[in-house]
Design a protein around this ligand. Structure first.
Ligand code: AKG
Length: 305
């Protein structure tokens, strides 16, 4: 079977897992069709996402991404508006089991393991957040998630050549065209034009917008040159997840633990999941707890931005 999709189709091989990995390695992103994930219950997920977003906007749910800050830590004050809801798997979220079913979905985990070329037994729980319509139009500057803009070309290349040790994805609950990226830029240092570009340059050479239909999943390399461009008039509820592997070191630990997940992960026993999924979830959660134990205080990528 060849996996195909009208938007951003970049899949070529006949084995869907290999096709996805090749596309991700080559282009830095890959869009997977909703038909691959029949167990995602979009209606139930939308209802839960709507409840969470309402709680976040009203200040009841304290884990939020606030305007106009791009990177963690975010203040727990929703009065200037939000663009994200954090910690969908937190045990105090009444809908955390429903979100957990999509995060630990067996087919999704197979893709993750194939994309990062690791054994499923080594997968590590990381982040599950949601990106939402901001309360006013808002944009993120061009960035790589874990390489500062101040890095030299040599520093960029040295980091980009190291394995990422995780997979990151956007699962759109509504059609979503917010993610803009430069295909292939995860394999090279920035060009002179990219370096000199304005932080919010609207027309970066070679940029594309990733168009997701509801139910589609875009995996992308988080060190690809990318940004978010958000329309406050268009509903957005996009589940934003990442899963890692035990091979990851302190660098990845900072990227994950700076979001505060280490503080509550131990409390979540995923007791309400079906037995097979519960076992997988508990083991993945334990690997995250172990990573936190080894890493100590990891600090933030870019505390003041
Ligand atoms: O909104 C998006 O899909 C991209 C978010 C992003 O770039 C980030 O969180 O660093």
């Amino acid at each position: 079977m060849t996996v195909s999709d009208p938007a951003n189709n970049n899949l070529s091989s006949s084995d869907p897992y290999t096709a996805a990995r090749l596309a991700l390695d080559r282009d830095g992103f890959v869009v997977l069709p909703a038909t691959l994930f029949p167990s995602f219950d979009l209606t139930a997920l939308r209802a839960a996402a709507t409840r969470m977003t309402a709680a976040a906007r009203s200040g009841t749910w304290p884990y939020i991404r606030t305007l106009s800050k791009q990177f963690p830590p975010w203040p727990q004050d929703a009065s200037n508006g939000i663009w994200g809801v954090q910690h969908l798997l937190h045990p105090s979220n009444p809908d955390h089991v429903l979100f957990a079913k999509s995060y630990f979905d067996a087919e999704l985990l197979k893709y993750v393991a194939a994309l990062i070329q690791t054994d499923e037994a080594d997968l590590t729980m990381e982040l599950y957040n949601m990106l939402v319509r901001p309360d006013r139009d808002f944009e993120l500057r061009w960035h790589r998630d874990d390489i500062p803009a101040s890095a030299s070309a040599e520093e960029e290349l040295a980091r980009l050549r190291k394995p990422g040790y995780h997979a990151q994805w956007n699962l759109a609950l509504y059609d979503d065209s917010s993610l803009v990226l430069v295909p292939g830029s995860h394999r090279r240092a920035r060009t002179d034009k990219e370096r000199a570009a304005e932080p919010y340059e609207p027309h970066m050479p070679g940029q594309i917008t990733v168009h997701l239909k509801a139910g589609q999943v875009a995996f992308y390399n988080n060190n690809i040159l990318h940004r978010g461009v958000y329309d406050s008039q268009k509903e957005r509820m996009t589940l934003h997840g990442s899963i890692g592997t035990v091979a990851a070191g302190e660098q990845r630990a900072r990227n994950v633990l700076q979001h505060g997940v280490g503080e509550w992960a131990k409390e979540d026993d995923f007791g309400e999941l079906a037995p097979d999924m519960k076992e997988v979830a508990q083991k993945m959660r334990q690997r995250l707890v172990d990573l936190g134990g080894k890493s100590g205080d990891v600090g933030f990528f870019s505390k003041d931005e």
